[in-house]
Design a protein around this ligand. Sequence first.
Ligand code: KG4
Ligand code: ZN
Length: 342
Amino acid sequence: MIKQERARILAIETSCDETAAAVVVNGRDVRSNVIASQIALHTLYGGVVPEIASRKHMEKINQVIAEALRQADMTLDEIDAIGVTYGPGLVGALLVGVSEAKAISYARKIPLIGVHHIEGHISANYIEHKELEPPFLCLIVSGGHTHLVVVRAYGEYEILGKTMDDAAGEAFDKVARAIGLRYPGGPEIEKAAQNGDETAIAFPRAHVSGSAYHFSFSGMKSAVLNYLNGCKMKGIEIVQEDIAASFQRAVIDVLTKNAERAMEETGIRTFALAGGVASNGALKRAMEEACRRKGAAFYCPSPILCTDNAAMIGAAAYYEYCAGVRSGLDLNAVPGLKLGER
Ligand code: KG4
Ligand code: ZN
């Protein structure tokens, strides 16, 4: 059990296409959460352009931090530690946040804490659910990751399953593109699916042999591409809404099935969703239903805390801070950082 101290943390997140800063007190009290999204820029190219992301982070970072402090009504003098995402993510994007955090830490002599981005997503649950404490099961579904983990204690994770190929969000983005929807594809598919028939097309529910908990989404994406090609060759009209609804249902079925099995086999009856795809209402409802069947408590952050933000990094940094974790000024961006690694 870690000793929880009082700490006001300035958190910075620049791993992908959001420049974000937040002030979080004692891990769960969010005083500000500022997000400058670059989505509109990247949409023009159908996905995130790493070079543009880094450049935009550089332009925005100081402004975003100043705004986070202003909204929290604090100055750097009142900040006890700086938390920053140092991986995984785009190396050039991560470097902007890491360099900024190191500069502030050095200039102000404030402790620095490098945070794992996925640990941030998991910790988003602590912000809105004050009663949530480890141990619990967590399914993290984002643009870059799909992990089913047991959160044994703060900062202590056991990975049960992960994707063998594409992440769930990545599959949403790729399928959206194939059926003519904009980036990011997840919210677009969710919207289109509301007017579609989820039983219209029987896309496969891929299972990875040898593991009950791993995921595979690239086959599901290929099934959609094959279906589209088949329609084209046979001159069959494509109903975007039906494809969106059927694909979304297939992804949800696989995610809930593995999650239910994890509840059964671990006996853990507390379950949390996290990551950008967790802002999908249909997934949230299906998971809530699965938890009800298993008699488990269900947690999910509100959409703004599911997608990338710095408040979740502040929450994760707090528990690392209390555990005595401090990063040196040699902290570097680690684009392929694994969960549980330091
Ligand atoms: O967590 P996040 O903001 O960034 C990463 O760490 O990857 O997740 C972004 C991903 C994108 O793939 C996006 O399409 C997906 O989350 N996403 C959604 C929804 N909102 C965002 N997927 C399905 N339904 C949504 N409503
Ligand atoms: Zn993320």
